[in-house]
Design a binder for this molecule. Structure first.
Ligand code: FAD
Length: 307
């Protein structure tokens, strides 16, 4: 990692690099020990340099992240070289009018927040991203996770993705994203998503705005947004809702250390203050065990654990 840091400082003197960076500063859960090295690229050129340097250092594992809203990091940290897209890579523009009447394409950098993207679409009278406004991730994280809510998901609106693989090959995908529920091909590939295009239909800005406000109000009413969390802890099991199963097992409010099954929404595990990763993982194990015993349904974590 030290050699990689030296190489990056030589090749990319402007690049923001942080050593022994606590991941609790970069996750919405506010949990996680340090990673030895983190890079915060501000341009696509910096990403290319980072990946070609990382490829030269055998034994270094790069991990790509966005806003850290779907991550749980071990208390002792993780031996990873983290490349975070959130700070830079925030290009957001309307592409030239294409061949489809009544449709327009937005190009967004991987570090753009979904809320910014959804608002941009609304301001340009484009419909299809209303569902995304309240999801606190970035474009890169949302594509990787095929994020979705209230009947919408990224797969419905994404038209192309430009990514870079190690050492620095640029790839453009317009299909074969292998989308399924909270899954895309990017979960299996070591590719950094640089930017993406979303093709949307023309709509009425007032109607789009009203729908976004309606969904934001629903989130506020149903979700414990006042506490740090990583959103829904578990994937939706086929034919069930994780929150309903957990509630049915009497686990609302169940607590281990600083971690708690939210009393407001049983699908969320919240950090009530000072929760450790160990608290969360123990709580998750106990919830899974009880739900399996009482309902026969096996819960699977949606949140990614780094250790
Ligand atoms: C309060 C709250 C509400 C939420 N509500 C929802 C919801 O309604 N629906 C939903 O689907 N999710 C929801 N989430 C979860 C989370 O916001 C989404 O999964 C989001 O898409 C994660 O984006 P991120 O940028 O934070 O990604 P991260 O958490 O940083 O990373 C997630 C995954 O994406 C990968 N990744 C990130 N950026 C890149 C990149 N540039 N290139 C390659 N790989 C990358 C990471 O390696 C990791 O595998 C919620 C979370 C919270 C805290």
């Amino acid at each position: 990692m030290e050699r990689l840091e030296k190489l990056l400082r030589e090749r990319c003197p402007e690049l923001e690099l942080r050593r022994d960076e606590p991941m609790s500063r970069h996750t919405s859960f506010r949990i996680g020990g340090p990673v030895p090295l983190m890079a915060l690229p501000r341009s696509e050129e910096e990403v290319q340099e980072i990946l070609s340097a990382a490829a030269l250092e055998a034994g270094v594992t790069p991990f790509f992240m966005g806003n850290g809203t779907n991550l749980l990091v071990a208390d002792e940290g993780a031996d990873l070289f983290v490349v975070k897209a959130f700070h830079g890579l925030n290009r957001l523009e309307l592409a030239k009018e294409g061949e489809w009447p009544g449709r327009r394409t937005i190009v967004a950098g991987s570090g753009v927040l979904l809320s910014q993207l959804a608002n941009f679409a609304m301001e340009h009278g484009l419909t299809g991203l209303e569902f995304a406004q309240g999801i606190p991730g970035t474009v890169g994280g949302a594509i990787t996770m095929n994020a979705g809510a209230y009947g919408g998901e990224i797969a419905q609106v994404l038209s192309s993705v430009t990514s870079v693989s190690l050492p620095s090959e640029e790839l453009i995908r317009e299909r074969d994203f292998q989308f399924s529920y909270r899954h895309s091909i990017y979960q299996e590939r070591q590719e950094f998503i640089l930017r993406a295009s979303f093709t949307l239909e023309q709509g009425d800005p007032a109607v789009i705005k009203a729908r976004m406000e309606e969904l934001a109000a629903k989130r506020k009413e149903k979700q414990p947004l006042e506490y740090p969390s990583a959103g829904s802890m578990f994937k939706r099991p086929e034919g069930h809702f994780a929150a309903a199963l957990i509630d049915q097992c009497g686990l609302k409010g169940f607590t281990v250390g600083g971690a708690q099954v939210s009393a407001k929404h049983a699908g969320f595990v919240v950090n009530r203050g000072g929760a450790t990763c160990a608290d969360v993982l123990e709580l998750v194990d106990r919830v899974k065990e009880k739900v399996l015993r009482q309902t026969g349904v096996e819960l699977e974590m949606e949140v990614k654990v780094l250790r």
